[in-house]
Design a protein around this ligand. Structure first.
Ligand SMILES: [Zn+2]
Length: 318
């Protein structure tokens, strides 16, 4: 199928306020990561959402069991000053439950945290925003993509959230054994392990990975830039099949990035190069803010909104 409609391209940054890569260990994330995002937003006339994990901005110490970010006050002032270039979005309270990086719902085991506990977390986040003198953001990105349809989205709608940006599907993880068992390989490449339906309470917008990991602290050109271009949709057929598990070109609202991906000394150059590539591509259209990304996505023909229905029958196309 030839794809002629340019597909939207937009960035949403996860793990805002994380003190370190992965939150608990690894290299510290410097304040300069936020300055890099601001410089990119200014250069490309964008307003980039950063999704904050609010336990790290709990300056009033409501939680008690999470250490607030050392430069939290400075960061909040910075965001307030540059609200025209950075959108404050929300990304959970702790970014963990038990030993996982999920907050509300583990889509591997398909177990939710329980409504009462989810509500308690969201109420705590609401109170942190109250402490900070901020409204609850209207954009929510669930930690580790996990939200429980009918529960997490309903609770978020009650505190004023309007839009949820997350994965539409969880891929099967390819295991070495799959390579020698053709039936298993075919299944892994032509269906999904889990599919989220549309939300009945929020506007759901799909995202995918662009192949940059949460611990890529200093992305730079060469191999990574080439890898990212294969992930960006529509992408070459073979990579779309391997990376996104479908032969069909399809569109997303945005691509996932992490705050650590803006931390290193080469990060600005890397991202500026990628955004220039998008601007110059006739297959992509750069959205400048969340509002524009939504409008571009919503205006697309249904044929490009893979999995837009709530039925799993739409997926696993072979
Ligand atoms: Zn995250």
């Amino acid at each position: 199928m030839k794809q002629s409609t340019p597909l939207p391209f937009f960035l949403v940054v996860d793990d805002g306020a994380f003190p370190k890569v992965h939150g608990h260990h690894g290299q510290p994330i410097p304040f300069s990561a936020y300055e890099t995002i601001l410089r990119l937003a200014e250069k490309f006339n964008m307003r980039i959402p950063i999704c904050f994990t609010m336990g790290y901005l709990d300056l009033g110490r409501r939680c008690g069991d999470i250490e607030p970010l050392s430069y939290g006050t400075k960061l909040l002032k910075f965001i307030e000053k540059h609200e025209d270039r950075i959108e404050f979005a929300e990304h959970g309270l702790y970014h963990r439950f038990g030993n996982t990086t999920f907050e509300y719902f583990n889509d591997h085991s398909q177990e939710g945290l329980g409504e009462a506990e989810q509500k308690q977390k969201i109420t705590t986040i609401k109170n942190i925003f109250k402490d900070l003198g901020r409204e609850f953001p209207t954009l929510q990105v669930p930690p580790a993509h996990g939200w429980q349809p009918g529960v997490t989205d309903r609770l978020y709608a009650q505190v004023g959230v309007k839009d949820i940006v997350s994965y539409r599907f969880r891929k099967h993880i390819l295991r070495p054994l799959d390579l020698v068992r053709p039936k298993r390989l075919l299944k892994a490449l032509s269906s999904y392990a889990y599919i989220w339906p549309d939300s009945q309470h929020l506007n759901f917008f799909p995202r995918v990975s662009m192949g940059i990991l949460a611990n890529d602290i200093n992305p730079h050109g060469g191999f990574l830039a080439a890898k990212v271009k294969r992930y960006i949709l529509p992408g070459p057929y073979i990579f779309r099949r391997l990376l996104h598990r479908t032969p069909q070109p399809f569109a997303v609202h945005s691509y996932m990035t992490h705050i650590a991906n803006f931390a290193g000394p080469d990060a600005f150059e890397f991202w500026a190069g990628l955004l220039s590539y998008v601007q110059n591509s006739d297959r992509l259209v750069l959205a400048h803010d969340h509002k524009e990304a939504k409008a571009l996505y919503q205006a697309l023909p249904d044929s490009l909104k893979l999995l837009s229905g709530s039925s799993p029958a739409n997926v696993g196309l072979t």
